[in-house]
Design a protein around this ligand. Sequence first.
Ligand SMILES: Nc1ncnc2c1ncn2[C@@H]1O[C@H](COP(=O)(O)OP(=O)(O)O)[C@@H](O)[C@H]1O
Ligand code: SF4
Ligand SMILES: [Mg+2]
Length: 415
Amino acid sequence: MSVEQENAAVGAAEENPNILEVRGLKKYFLIRKEWKLVKEQVPVAPQAPAEGEGEPAKAEPEAPVEAAAEPAEAAKTAPEGGEGTQEDPQEEAQEQPQEAFKTKHKLEYRKTYVKAVDGVSFDIAHGETLGVVGESGCGKSTMGRSILRLHEITAGSVVFDGKDITKMKASELRKIRPQMQIVFQDPYSSLPPRLPVGEIIGEAVKVHGIVPKSDYRDYIISVMRKCGLQDFYFDRYPHEFSGGQRQRICIARALALKPKFVVCDEPVSALDVSIQAQIVNLLKELQQDMHLTYMFISHDLSVVKHISDRVGVMYLGNFVEMGSKNAIFNSPMHPYTLALLSAVPVPDPHYHVNRIILEGDIPSPANPPKGCKFHTRCSHCMDICKEVAPKFIDYGNGHLCACHLYPQEPPAPQE
Ligand SMILES: Nc1ncnc2c1ncn2[C@@H]1O[C@H](COP(=O)(O)OP(=O)(O)O)[C@@H](O)[C@H]1O
Ligand code: SF4
Ligand SMILES: [Mg+2]
């Protein structure tokens, strides 16, 4: 990083400590559209009473009920309106059984969405690493991609370096693209097989004009060296490399664009354990060297612990707990975080850990449970958990948690 860039980065940090501010981010995937034949019970207009018997009961309108969520409910409650009937209660009781319902069939157009990210809000400060953990399918990758606008988001805002990128046009977005990069999970599928390494790393450098053409080769080789790749790899092809080397190529490709913010989406999950530490250490060194900010996504808590400053725990499209690394690992609050931590293996044969086994599978994000989304698997579940979603509250020092086991009002600020 040049002196000017460093000064600019420091200046930006002084103005706003956060490089990224995400508010109410939602990403729903439309997975099914279908016409469905649904049955509904509609009341039949009662027979007109004989003359002089009093006013006839008003019939329920026969207009089709839109999106009849609970036709059975509607059928149960509709007659209780008793609209306009002046009859004797005894007579009414006799008449009630005569009130008939008929089954109607109607077509409804239904759309089913997977709520992959369901309203997340958080900040990332300049130069920090936010680790994101959670089971497979909880929405980590979707969140990472949505932040970079690789997905069009459903709702919310993402402010990167003071600019709301969710409102940017494609041309504006193209200009800031180099500043926000991603390293994908699978180094095998994320490299084009027919391009030599130099071109893979340099393709976007050329497109965005990161360095003058005359410096191109030297610049790419300097980035390769930084990422632990030898100079002569420049003309070799991806299939000639191991998984760890390929991931170094992916990292070099991202960093060659001089980004400010990098989403690392499980960058070591596909690698051997022995290589994982090398890559994580490389990312840490490069972060210091290039003043980078990371969002580090992983399902492996020990890796996240090694690299993160703060950690967010995700479950079914939402954060359930977030805080400093020490807070999450030494004083976790949420039952889900406790269960995840209890599953981390400890390399000590004398260490006994009470493993918390979560029952059941993660529910479908297309039909998440009501109230607290974790209630179907939580051993502390209370009645309120099944009805009311807990608030994501800061319980001090930026340690946030969403759980009814804790007060649902933020603690009073200390004098
Ligand atoms: N392109 C897509 N279309 C439909 N559903 C998707 C798509 N991408 C992800 N999903 C769904 O969104 C949910 C979250 O996926 P993902 O973000 O990949 O989870 P994670 O990275 O935590 O494993 C999953 O249920 C997944 O099936
Ligand atoms: S809100 Fe209730 S169900 Fe959810 S994690 Fe807390 S105790 Fe468990
Ligand atoms: Mg993923």
